[in-house]
Design a protein around this ligand. Structure first.
Ligand code: ATP
Ligand code: MG
Length: 335
């Protein structure tokens, strides 16, 4: 069945990697009807607004957005357009798979884990202030709610179950931040008791950092609060070959947004050498969200195969290909 998605081509390398990705999705037979909408600098240039209502309406209607990186100009009324989109649609779960691809110039070959980051609470509310007239003191707030903790942990266990994963590791700092992350840990333990088919353990965040670097293969699904999730998921991206291979999904009750983790890479924009894989791996997450599991699997296999053969890959992967030739190599494999 053809399903509608909202597509935002974005800024910088965005249009290059999005057009390449859509070509690969087309070759895959993903059967998507694309509603192109604007956001970021491209939107400002055309409509005078960074986040036009038409874009929000489209995402509201389709429930699914595939989004390339956006530039948030300073002084445009937004701290971050990505955060604004997450807030608007209450996309509370940030899901970042980190999977090793053979031949991707990373240090490990056996990483296969998913970080689930709480996206709406914790230390990320932007509520902080300088509290001395001379600016010599600053404070910021952290928040946790039982509802917020419970929905993210439940999301992680449901994801583990659906994806046939065996273990969920709760990462926290309850020994020091006893209130906010203590609540997260105790709610997580309660929720875990509803999922006897999945192992649950917990780990203090500093230890988790060390274990991830020493024995990344011991991890399966990680669930954690906002700030720790931010840091750990980038760490995990580093385990598997960096930004060009790191996708992310932001999921709420009614809406989901899929994106590359990297930014608009202005340093290489317009040169045709950007790696489309992070966005394509996000598209694979999107296909899974749409229950197109076979297509998602074929797309991932194609990416893994092209990378391991170094077939027309982009320079960040050690290749001499371009965004276009890499997309050609992927199109041939997904047909
Ligand atoms: P933004 O301000 O939009 O976040 P940035 O300057 O922080 O952009 P990123 O886009 O996050 O930068 O990229 C960091 C580095 O990684 C840059 O050198 C960039 O060229 C490189 N990079 C990012 N994405 C890709 C990609 N898809 N393919 C190749 N290189 C990439
Ligand atoms: Mg950046």
């Amino acid at each position: 069945m053809t399903e509608q998605i909202t597509v935002i081509r974005g800024d910088g390398i965005g249009p290059e990697i999005m057009d390449a990705s859509l070509r690969v999705l087309d070759a895959l037979g993903a059967d998507l009807a694309v509603d192109f909408q604007l956001a970021g600098l491209a939107a400002q240039d055309e409509t005078g607004e960074l986040l036009p209502q038409a874009t929000l309406d489209s995402i509201e209607r389709t429930g699914i957005a595939l989004k390339a990186p956006l530039t948030t100009p300073v002084g445009g009324g937004f701290k971050s357009l990505n955060v604004a989109l997450r807030k608007h649609f209450d996309l509370y779960a940030n899901v970042r798979p980190a999977i090793s691809f053979r031949g991707s110039m990373s240090r490990y070959e056996n990483v296969d884990l998913i970080t689930v980051r709480e996206n709406t609470e914790g230390a990320y509310l932007g509520e902080g202030a300088f509290t001395a007239p001379d600016g010599s003191r600053a404070e910021s707030k952290m928040i946790a709610t039982r509802t917020g903790c419970e929905r993210i942990v439940r999301f992680a266990f449901e994801l583990a179950r659906r994806a046939g994963r065996k273990r969920v590791t709760v990462v926290h700092k309850a020994n020091i931040l006893k209130d906010v992350t203590g609540m997260f840990l105790s709610v997580a333990r309660e929720v875990a008791s509803d999922y006897v088919d999945i192992d649950c353990d917990d780990m203090i965040v500093d230890n988790a950092c060390m274990q991830l670097v020493m024995r990344p293969e011991r991890f399966d699904v990680i669930v954690t609060t906002n700030l720790f999730g931010d840091i750990l998921s980038d760490l995990c991206a580093g385990l598997v070959g960096g930004l060009g291979l790191a996708p992310g999904a932001n999921i709420g009750e009614k809406t989901a947004m899929f994106e590359a983790v990297h930014g608009s890479a202005p340093d290489i924009a317009g040169r045709g050498i950007a790696n489309p894989c992070a966005l394509l791996l996000a598209a694979a997450q999107m296909l899974e969200h749409m229950e197109k599991h076979d297509k998602a699997r074929r797309l991932r296999v194609a990416i893994g195969d092209a990378i391991s053969h170094g077939d027309r890959t982009t320079p960040d992967l050690g290749g001499q290909g371009t965004t276009e030739t890499f997309a050609d190599a992927l199109c041939e494999r997904v047909r």
